[in-house]
Design a protein around this ligand. Structure first.
Ligand SMILES: Nc1ncnc2c1ncn2[C@@H]1O[C@H](COP(=O)(O)OP(=O)(O)OP(=O)(O)O)[C@@H](O)[C@H]1O
Ligand SMILES: [Mg+2]
Length: 1053
């Protein structure tokens, strides 16, 4: 019976059509609904067509007698399956084992119980009922389409089997659908792996519903993958008994195709490789082990089960701070890496957050067999190394994420990127980084239909605009695992923030604390009264408007705290000071020295990276109980804080924005760290009305910054669009820009000029600057003449160089070619000194003069070449009038170069900051920026042949600036999160290489290294392992590439 149907199906799809519809050879593609919707979009592998000389099915599968008993084939299949399992170290469970984990069913059961309350909490944009109805149909349709596509490409053996399974699964689907419509959610798990198991969506969709377990389902649930194939082949072999035998050649062709399909089937089955949201149970185990997460929150489960997600639609989700947003994104990333076998990009706003994430996910990567690659500061390779075996999770800052996407587009590898996750999506509305994020996302949307985008934030307002821009669905929920109580203190009265009352506040209590007159003068806002209600037992963060204020508050509080506070964890606090002293090469900040004995420290950008990390670790461990900090600790950070105090409703001199307020108070009561959380905003009587507005107003809207950041925004975008050939005519640029957030908000944001006028002006400007070539028509705003990028233009966008400086950089590099002084690295350092810091730099002329006097002849020559006359510095230092016309930007830049020069020589931030009378935080920031800019200049030079000589020089310089330590520590500091102080400790304890760290025993490490927790030791070892394996794989891949026999050797066929 099956045969005629089989033949009809195959004939109904002509070879050309089949070719078009054939998914790529990659397993994920086979089942990707997106790939099905857009069959011609990227990533299509070479079609493995059945020989077309004969289009009869009989010919394809004639005489499989031998095949029926062909153990070697089954062995091959077995081997492939076995190897696959071994490679991935993942258990592909037999269908019979497929039960939803306790976790999932537990959550699900809970969902039943709380069904009505849940409905109130969850606000999916679309009407829920309608959505279910609609999605149900969608799912049926896409299943149908999917099935047909698979069938079109499978040989008859699989078809025969699948036909049979189709009957079974259609029963299942219908029953699942009808059950869901009836809202009869049952906690029992889906025990069926039917045809839908070829599609991740289908499997997920069916999970929550009970599926009627008829006998056929029971039959198939007990079949392993191997059994599936065996059965398919058996069916095929039997079918062949009816066929007429054909030539041996055809038989062999068919046989080899069968093997190929069998292998593919095994691989494609990886779309659902386990019971935990399609992932192996090991993931659940790892979450428990590494994160202490036992069960998912109900919203997390709901969100993961959303229909739009199952259909791989883009999604924005928004929940309060500490709502657990990251975990959902992480599960989706693992699905992409393990099930769909695609690379993933995770974008985070700060370098420190990227490093923390790399450390946290490395252990998952090691256990589950994927790579975690850091793209922050000067780290990251462009384009990324193409891995043959493992998939990569790129964890990147916004800037590096943008450069990575550019590189993938240029190398036509966007198809490899399955998922992009953007944490803190509200950053879209923040300055040049917002513009960079917008460009990145717009390029992904435009160039790769198969790349899914997920964005999350706690502080989103105009979601509609963002949805339109990202073509995304929206999920929101008010869930916060730890309740956060919001208070405002005016005078000594504390009010609870209660937006339901007309006032916005309700009286809570009076602050009761006896103040002496001295204390009253020192602490008129009664901060001490507020903090001593919680410390030292619990932790407290005090957000202050300025850096200086942080230091003052920490000093003031420690000065007036009772002496008993010193006794709390005294020894550890002494050790902490010792530790900070060794970090500072013998120096420790006098403020910290005074405050730390009381468990108090300040935290702002004036600390060095090492100090900042040490203080954060001590605070997390409870050794410090109070941090007076700036907004640097406001977003995404998981630190303990029973109470968050906002010392004033200001950031610097600006009144606090609602978004900032929400992020700051959101640090209180973090799940898993605190069981309660509260915030107190200290308000002066005069600001009362402003605070009322603050508390009651909605979150600020998120607006495009493409226009505000001209050279780092729209112009830079237009340049890269032409450079990457995404859009080469004015009209194409218009089309692209219409799909950006700026395009969505154009009516609101563009008052004077239309978008097409702005584009026209932008393109003309780029032509004028020599970055683009081509002609623009005078009037036509929709010109179709193609533009091309010049070498300088290409170097500019590839080096991520601000358009405001690209011509200057070119001229200076060119000048360097005429006489680069290499006796010292001062000249090279000057070329890598970031331009943007020079404008806010005000040199201390006496120090500058002193530096000048110490210059060697070679260094003096550098100064002459760059064009800073000694007479100018001398006159400045002695306060004389200056008539000479000197470029002050060059003078300032050279001053910063002197600072960097001293840093590379002395490798001691403390002594250098003293020498130049700068804060150590500023010096640290200069060093970080210079490392990053040096890597940009390097990429700039790589694109311009005439600058070939700079490549080797800048590669080395970038490395020196990135680490700025003695050479021997560099291999250790390559490991994410290992900073200089830790590297020194490790080195002195005998861990001298990356291999030492990767193979270290964490327990032994703890014994040998002071102030190292077990968790930190484990993270260092797993991050080192990850880096080592990533480096080794890269070398192996390079070797294989070298040894690959070309297919086009002349004289061979
Ligand atoms: N299901 C869970 N069970 C227990 N703890 C969880 C669960 N999900 C997340 N957490 C923990 O909750 C804490 C906060 O989660 P997360 O950092 O994801 O918050 P967030 O929503 O991103 O907040 P923010 O907007 O402030 O960044 C983390 O320590 C995380 O490990
Ligand atoms: Mg977060």
């Amino acid at each position: 019976m099956a045969e005629p149907r089989l033949a009809v199906r195959r004939r109904s799809c002509p070879p050309s059509d089949r070719k078009r519809r054939r998914p790529s050879g990659k397993p994920g593609d086979v089942c990707s609904p997106v790939a099905l919707k857009t069959p011609s979009s990227g990533g299509e592998g070479p079609p493995t067509e059945i020989p077309c000389s004969n289009d009869s099915e009989e010919d394809m599968f004639g005489d499989y007698d031998g095949f029926y008993g062909n153990d070697s084939l089954l062995e091959q299949v077995d081997d492939t399956e076995h190897k696959y399992l071994q490679d991935k170290n993942l258990a592909i469970k037999a269908a019979g084992d497929i039960t939803l984990g306790n976790l999932q069913s537990g959550v699900h059961q809970k969902k039943q119980d709380n069904f009505s309350t849940l409905e109130n909490m969850v606000a999916l944009k679309a009407d829920k009922e309608d959505a279910i109805q609609m999605n149900e149909n969608d799912s049926m349709d896409s299943n149908q389409e999917l099935t047909e596509s698979i069938l079109a490409d499978l040989p008859s053996s699989q078809l025969l089997y699948l036909e049979k399974m189709d009957e079974v699964s259609s029963v299942s689907r219908i029953s699942a659908a009808s059950e869901r419509r009836n809202n009869c959610m049952n906690s029992s798990s889906d025990k069926v792996r039917s045809l839908s198991s070829f599609c991740p969506d289908a499997d997920h969709r069916n999970r929550p519903a009970t599926i009627a377990s008829d006998s056929k389902c029971d039959l198939c649930k007990t079949e392993s993958l191997k059994d599936h194939l065996k059965s398919a082949m058996t069916g095929n072999a039997k079918a062949q008994l009816l066929q007429v035998s054909r030539t041996k050649q055809l038989r062999e062709a068919a046989l080899s195709e069968e093997i190929c399909i069998a292998k593919k089937t095994i691989e494609s089955s990886s779309v659902d490789i386990g019971p935990f949201y399609g992932l192996p149970s090991k993931v659940k185990e790892l979450l428990r082990q590494f994160r202490g997460i036992e069960t998912l929150y109900e919203w997390q489960h709901d969100c993961l089960m959303l229909e739009p997600l199952q259909q791989r639609k883009n999604l924005i989700y928004s929940l309060p701070t500490s709502g657990g947003k990251t975990l959902v994104a992480e599960i989706l990333m693992l699905q992409e890496l393990l099930c769909r076998q695609k690379d993933v990009l995770m974008i985070l706003p700060y370098v420190a957050l990227v490093q923390e994430k790399v450390r946290g996910l490395s252990s998952f990567g090691l256990e589950l067999g994927f790579l975690v690659e850091e793209y922050a500061g000067s780290k990251g390779r462009f384009p990324p190394i193409k891995r043959r075996l493992k998939k990569s999770l790129y964890v990147a800052t916004i800037e590096k994420g943008h450069a990575l996407v550019n590189a993938l587009i240029e190398s036509e590898r966007m198809g490899d990127l399955g998922l992009v996750v953007v944490d803190e999506l509200h950053m879209l509305g923040e300055g040049s980084r917002g513009a960079a994020l917008e460009m990145t996302l717009a390029k992904i949307l435009y160039t790769s239909k198969s790349t899914q985008i997920i964005g999350m934030s706690a502080t989103l307002s105009n979601v509609g605009d963002l949805q339109k821009f990202l073509q995304a669905e929206y999920y929101t929920n008010n869930f916060r695992p730890v309740e956060l109580k919001e208070y405002v203190k005016i005078g000594d009265t504390i009010y609870e923030v209660d937006s339901k009352t007309g006032e916005g506040f309700t009286f809570s209590r009076l602050l009761n604390f006896k103040y002496s007159s001295n204390l009253e003068k020192a602490d008129p806002d009664h901060i001490i009264a507020l903090v001593t209600e919680v410390i030292p037992k619990y932790s407290c963060l005090v957000f202050c408007p300025t850096k200086k204020n942080c230091e003052n508050v920490s000093l003031m509080v420690s000065k007036y705290l009772k002496i008993e506070f010193r006794a709390h964890r005294e020894k550890e606090k002494q050790d902490l000071i010792k530790n900070l002293k060794s970090i500072g090469n013998g120096s420790v900040c006098p403020v910290l020295k005074q405050t730390i004995p009381f468990g108090i420290a300040y935290h702002h950008s004036g600390l060095t990276n090492d100090e900042r990390k040490t203080i954060e670790e001590a605070y997390s461990a409870g050794i410090l109980c109070l941090l007076a900090c700036t907004a640097t600790l406001a977003a995404g950070v998981n630190l303990p804080a029973r109470r968050v105090i906002l010392r004033a409703p200001y950031v610097a001199s600006d009144f606090l924005k609602k978004n900032q307020y929400k992020q700051m108070i959101g640090r209180a009561g973090r799940a898993g760290i605190d069981s309660a959380g509260e915030s107190i905003l200290i308000v002066q009587e005069k600001d009362k009305h402003l605070v009322w507005d603050l508390v009651n107003s909605p979150l600020e809207n998120c607006y495009s910054h493409l226009l505000l950041e001209l050279t780092k925004g729209i112009q830079s975008l237009l340049l890269s669009l032409v450079g990457l050939k995404i859009a080469v005519t004015q009209e194409e640029c218009n089309n692209f820009l219409c799909r950006t957030l700026l395009g969505v908000q154009q009516q609101l944001l563009l008052k004077e000029k239309s978008l097409s006028e702005i584009i026209k002006d932008g393109l003309e400007n780029l032509i004028e600057k020599g970055l683009l070539k081509g002609r623009m028509s005078e009037k036509d705003h929709n010109s179709q003449s193609a533009l091309t990028i010049t070498p300088l233009g290409r170097a500019t966008y590839k080096g991520s160089v601000d358009l405001a400086y690209c011509n200057l950089l070119y001229r200076e590099l060119k000048k360097g070619l005429e006489g680069l002084v290499l006796e010292t690295n001062l000249h090279l350092l000057y070329l890598a000194t970031p331009y943007d810091l020079t404008y806010n730099c005000s040199p201390d002329w006496m120090i500058y003069f002193r530096q000048f006097n110490q210059l060697s002849a070679a260094e003096q020559k550098v100064v002459d070449i760059v064009g800073v006359p000694e007479s100018f510095i001398t006159k400045k230092a002695s306060g004389q009038a200056i008539r000479k016309n000197v470029d002050i930007a060059v003078v300032n830049r050279l001053y910063l170069t002197f600072v960097l020069y001293a840093l590379l020589k002395e490798t001691n931030i403390w002594s250098v900051s003293e020498k130049f009378n700068m804060s150590r935080g500023y010096v640290q920031n200069l060093l970080n920026s210079a490392a990053s800019f040096a890597s940009c200049v390097l990429r700039f030079c790589e694109e311009l042949e005439e600058f070939w000589v700079y490549k080797a020089l800048l590669t080395e310089l970038t490395k020196q600036l990135t680490y700025c330590v003695k050479m021997e520590l560099i291999p250790l500091m390559e490991v994410a999160g290992v900073l200089e102080a830790r590297a020194k400790q490790l080195y002195n304890a005998g861990y001298k290489t990356l291999a030492h760290l990767a193979n270290a025993n964490p327990e032994a490490m703890i014994r040998m290294i002071e102030h190292l927790s077990r968790r930190q030791a484990k993270q260092i070892v797993s991050s080192a392992k990850m880096l080592l394996s990533e480096k080794a794989e890269a070398l192996q891949e390079e070797a294989e590439e070298l040894l690959k026999v070309p297919t086009d050797i002349p004289g061979t066929y």
